[in-house]
Structure formats: C-alpha cells, structure tokens
Write a protein that binds this ligand. Structure first.
Ligand SMILES: [Zn+2]
Length: 116
C-alpha cells in the first residue's frame, strides 16, 4: 500500500488533490491554492484511481471540499481527523507527496473487492 507509483507523474494531471486548510475553531475550510472559503462545497468529490495508493481501478469519493480556481478539478480532502467515523483512511498522491484522505468504507470495500 505504501509503494509509490511514478508513472502517473508523467501525465498532465486532470485533477489536483490537496488537503484543505481546515480551521476547527471556525469550522471552515479554505483552498490552499487561492485561499477561498470553500466550506459550503462540503461533499464527496471524486479522486481519480490513478492518484490513490490503494490498488483499485475505480475512482473514489472522498470527504472534503472542492474549488474552481484552476482549469482542472481541484479536490480538497478533509484532514482525516475531521471526517466522520464511517469514513476509511486511504493514501493518495498530493503534489508529489503521500497524504491520508478519507472515503466512505463501503466505496473502498467495493473498489478493493473488484480488484481482488
Ligand atoms: Zn482555490
């Protein structure tokens, strides 16, 4: 699960994944790229399978926000500690680093079962 795939680094990304700047006192989330308050976009934006460290073929929904400040999709997953309990932690590539994001457990289980 921790092995890093480098092939996707060569492809122009269609989706940017960055952990949101989350302020627990304000209960608000901000885009690390442009600083926009994205709190109202909370939902389950999709992270492409190619950016996930888990060996799955399916894109996965993640708990988090999104921003429209780039031509490509900007997905801003919530820090793991912010996500509800029924979300499972998975590793994803974010700007060349590995970060933990959260996905609904049933979605992760279904994606893993499909590959197995
Ligand atoms: Zn932004």
């Amino acid at each position: 699960m921790t092995v890093r795939e480098s092939a996707s680094d060569l492809v122009e990304p269609r989706t940017i994944v960055l952990i949101a700047d989350y302020d627990e006192h304000l209960d608000a989330a901000f885009c690390p790229l442009c600083g926009t308050d994205v709190t109202s976009t909370i939902g389950t934006p999709t992270v492409p399978a190619g950016l996930l460290e888990a060996h799955v073929d399916d894109d996965l929904p993640v708990y988090g926000w999104r921003c429209e400040c780039r031509r490509v999709e900007v997905v801003l997953p919530a820090p793991v500690e912010v996500a509800p309990d029924h979300f499972a932690s998975v590793d994803a590539q974010s700007n060349g680093e590995t970060v933990s994001i959260t996905t609904p457990e049933p979605a992760l289980n279904a994606a893993l079962a499909e590959v197995a």
